[in-house]
Structures are given as structure tokens and as C-alpha cells.
Design a protein around this ligand. Structure first.
Ligand code: SIN
Length: 494
């Protein structure tokens, strides 16, 4: 397949980075006979390119190759050498940041500045795990048996199945596979069918960096049942998934059939609480960033915004003043601050939640529709609704779009109960200048990550993951490496 017949709207420094073929065992793979799926640009609804629609047979081939690959890779490299390979990959990603950002912006819709931010964020995991590779210490444990010592070492789990989401087409790849490579594992990646090109471009750079060809495989597909090989094949020892809680539960059940390790980074319904002792500037800034980042399409976006009744009106006014200045449009165009939603069903979900909230007494304060001068893509105005209540869909479900639903509260106990009143527990945010309150509330909120007086919590050094039905495992940070390792305890007697 050749994507060149598609009118790629940006001139890339290295046009070969835009590729729709799968990568198996170092070979670029077309789908036969002529099976490709179109990938659409969310800003226009037009076809951006085509991608190989690979099959279960391709997944099995990739898994078998990855199985042989990791053994050779692990036994023939030191941790230091694996770190060096990661460092070279990091350099290549940064050298190609403009091309990678353009590809990402076009396939996902996010604005170029955010796309650049994501590529740098993606690179930061590679650089982080290049450093962590050599810090994979074991223990020496006094044994209860006479004349014996126990030592522990960390070994790679083996082949890792990696299933990534469309909202972070680059960073979720590196957050999963950089620690896998640092540990000595191999990976078979199923990239999202909405945004497969970033994953393919990153894999190309990984090969250029010198990673052996049998430890990285990219198998794009639209066929869900084919990708389930990653959850069921006995040679896959670990499954790492980012996506919805529903799909995560299904994958975890399947993975249990062969007792795979799993990391599940699933849905959220983040509470954001603004207390009456908050610094309003910080609260407005933090809410804007974490609600409207990627047009509301991150799993750590604020979903329910609880504002103390005494400051609700002034907070709302300040939010309206700021969102009025947003400029919606095609992510790669200059001056645009916010892009579209990823597809028609994402747009429909936001529309349904907005209509539901209005029907149930919510007060529409800004937005509430597609933009009047709507470009052809999946755009929705930034929307602010006050008088939000518990019976609304937006209280119960993750929105994944630019709807800021504002709930009023009067005291701390009440708002903690509301914040925890969800099966999810990914991120949370609080705004308060009272340090005792910050400690009290931070302790009681049921979430894996909490931002205090900030809407920005994601970084390579910070453990990313949730509690309750938001998933299991932690990515990034000093904990991220151990997700790809088994501890071996060796008792040495005599
Ligand atoms: C996600 O939405 O899945 C990831 C968000 C982040 O890393 O900040």
C-alpha cells in the first residue's frame, strides 16, 4: 500500500514516517488481498490515509516472533545497553518532533501545540525509562534457613500485548513500551484504528534507533476479534490496555484464561472541587486546562466540577470569559486553540449529555451546540452548564468532550461524598489555600491521582493509574518498570 496518493496536507521533512503498513519482524506488511481501512481526519471528516487491516494470523505471527525476540534481546543486552537504545530512540523522536506532531494533529484533531506537547511527553517516557533501566535493583534477604541467603532478581515478563487509545496516539505507546524495552521484554502493539499512524511512525524510529526487529511489532486492524489474540495467546505474558472500563473488563477476563499480568488504565469521572478558600485565578486556570485539554478527551479531564455556593457565580463568569476566547478549528491551522472531537459518536455522546442536563434543569451558560460556522468535522462548542445535579448523565458517565458541568455544594463532608459517589477512581482535583483542608480531603478522595491547586498532573515521573473501576497498575514513574518484570527469588544454601 502506498499512502502517497492521499493528499497529505503538510510537507513532512521525512515523508516515509507517514505509513499505513503493519510492522512484523522488521518487515512492512500490507494486508492481503487488498484489505485496508480508511483513517479519517476528524477536522474535516475526509480520508487522511489508509491502513493495513491485519488479521489474527498476523497477530499470531507477531507474537511468535516476539517470543523468540525477547529471549535473544534480554540475554544479549545489558541493562545499560537497553538504556542506550532507549536514549537513541528518544533523540530520534525529538529530532522528528515536527513531523510526528503534524501526523498526530491530523489523525487525532488536537491542535499543533498540544500535539507537540504530546510528542515531548511521549519522548519523556523513553528518556525516563532509559534511566530507570539501570536502576532495577534486587534484594539480599536474611534467610530463616541456616547458612542460606535469599537474593531476588528482576526478569522480563516476556511478550507484552499493548493496546492503546486514540486520544494519546503517541504518549500511550511510549508509556507502555519504553518500560517493556527497559525490562528486556518484546511488544506486539495494536494501535487504535482511528489514529494508527503515530504508532507506526514511532516504531519506525525505534528500528532506526537499533532495537532488534523481532521485539517490536505493530499490527493495525479494524477486526476486534483478531486483536483479542493479545488477550488469549499463551505466549503473551502481559497485557497493557488503555481505554474504556467496559473493554478493560472484557480483556482482563480473557487474559485470566492464561493468567497474564495485566495493566488496565481505564475510564474516569474526575471530580474537581473548588472550595470557598481557593485562589480563584488558580482554580479557573486549573479547571480550564484540565477540562478542555484535547477538547475534553482525556481520561483525567475534570468531569464533575463542584464549586462552593458562595463563589459559584463569580467562578462561572470567569470561566465564560475565558472559553469565549477559544478558537475552534483544524488542529494544524495557526491561531486555533481547540480541535474537534474524534468522531461522530464522540460528538453524539456530548450532545446527549448536554440535552439531558438541560432537560433535567441544568442552566446553559455557554455553548451547547455545534459551532454556528461549523467546519465539516466533529466540532462542539465549549459548553458550561450550572445547576447540574446527581440525576444527570454527566454526573454518572465520563463525558470525554468539552462540557463543563458545574455542581454547587455547601460543605466539605457533602462534597467528599459527592466526589466519591462513582464507580471510577482515576483522577481528582481540589482547589483550596487551606493546608489542613488539603490534607484532610486528599486523604479521603478515592482516586489514584490528585491535583491540588493545579489541573496538570501527568508527567513521566508521576505514577499514573486509578483505583476502583478505573483500573489496575501504574504507568510511568519508578513503579512503571516493575509492571514488566517478574521477581525471581533465589535461595542459596551452604
Ligand atoms: C489518557 O487520557 O489516557 C492519558 C492522559 C494523560 O496521560 O495525561
Amino acid at each position: 500500500m502506498d499512502n502517497s496518493f492521499i493528499n497529505f496536507p503538510v510537507k513532512l521533512r521525512d515523508p516515509s514516517l507517514f505509513d499505513g503498513r503493519g510492522l512484523l519482524n522488521g518487515q512492512w506488511r500490507h494486508a492481503f488481498p487488498q484489505k485496508e481501512f480508511p483513517v479519517y481526519e476528524p477536522s474535516s471528516g475526509q480520508i487522511l490515509g489508509f491502513c493495513a487491516n491485519l488479521s489474527g494470523v498476523d497477530f499470531r505471527e507477531a507474537i511468535e516472533s516476539a517470543h523468540n525476540g525477547y529471549k535473544q534481546y534480554y540475554s544479549s543486552t545489558t541493562a545499560k545497553e537497553r538504556g542506550s537504545l532507549l536514549r537513541r530512540w528518544n533523540e530520534l523522536i525529538l529530532e522528528n518532533v515536527e513531523d510526528l506532531s503534524s501526523i498526530l494533529s491530523l489523525e487525532n484533531g488536537k491542535v499543533l501545540a498540544e500535539a507537540r506537547g504530546e510528542i515531548n511527553y511521549a519522548a519523556s517516557f523513553v528518556s525516563w525509562f532509559a534511566e530507570e533501566a539501570v536502576r532495577s535493583y534486587g534484594d539480599v534477604i536474611p534467610s530463616s534457613y541456616k547458612d542460606a541467603t535469599v537474593i531476588t532478581t528482576k526478569q522480563p515478563v516476556g511478550v507484552c500485548g499493548v493496546i492503546t487509545p486514540w486520544n494519546f496516539p503517541a504518549a500511550m505507546i511510549t508509556r507502555k513500551i519504553a518500560p517493556a524495552f527497559a525490562a528486556g521484554c518484546s511488544v506486539v502493539i495494536k494501535p487504535p484504528s482511528e489514529t494508527p499512524f503515530s504508532a507506526i511512525a514511532l516504531a519506525k524510529l525505534a528500528l532506526q534507533a537499533g532495537f532488534p526487529r523481532d521485539i517490536i511489532h505493530v499490527v493495525p486492524t479494524k477486526d476486534r476479534s483478531a486483536s483479542l489474540e493479545l488477550a488469549t495467546h499463551c505466549l503473551v505474558k502481559k497485557l497493557s490496555f488503555t481505554g474504556s472500563t467496559g473493554v478493560g473488563k472484557l480483556l482482563a477476563k480473557l487474559a485470566a484464561g492464561t493468567m497474564k499480568r495485566v495493566s488496565m488504565e481505564l475510564g474516569g469521572n474526575a471530580p474537581l472541587i473548588v472550595f470557598d478558600d481557593a485562589d480563584l485565578d488558580k482554580a479557573v486556570e486549573g479547571t480550564l486546562i484540565c477540562k478542555f485539554r484535547s477538547s475534553g478527551q482525556t481520561c483525567v479531564c475534570a468531569n464533575r466540577i463542584f464549586v462552593h455556593e458562595d463563589i459559584l457565580e463569580v467562578f462561572t463568569q470567569r470561566m465564560i470569559e475565558r472559553v469565549q476566547k477559544f478558537k475552534l478549528g483544524r488542529g494544524i491551522d495557526s491561531g486555533v486553540t481547540h480541535g474537534p472531537l474524534v468522531n461522530a459518536s464522540a460528538l453524539e455522546k456530548v450532545e446527549i449529555q448536554v440535552q439531558d442536563a438541560i432537560k433535567k434543569g441544568g442552566q446553559l451558560r455557554y455553548g451547547g451546540a455545534k459551532p454556528l460556522e461549523a467546519p465539516a468535522g466533529y466540532f462542539y462548542q465549549p459548553t458550561i452548564i450550572t445547576n447540574a445535579t446527581k440525576d444527570m448523565l454527566v454526573y454518572q458517565e465520563e463525558t470525554f468532550g468539552p462540557l463543563a458541568a458545574v455542581f454547587s455544594f455547601s460543605d466539605e463532608e457533602e462534597v467528599i461524598a459527592l466526589a466519591n459517589d462513582t464507580e471510577f477512581g482515576l483522577a481528582g482535583y481540589i482547589f483550596s489555600e487551606n493546608i489542613s483542608r488539603v490534607h484532610r480531603v486528599a486523604k479521603r478522595l478515592e482516586c489514584g491521582m490528585l491535583g491540588v491547586n493545579t489541573g496538570v498532573i501527568s508527567a513521566a515521573e508521576t505514577p499514573f493509574g486509578g483505583v476502583k473501576e478505573s483500573g489496575v497498575g501504574r504507568e510511568g514513574s519508578k513503579y512503571g518498570l516493575s509492571e514488566y518484570q517478574n521477581i525471581k527469588a533465589v535461595t542459596i544454601a551452604g
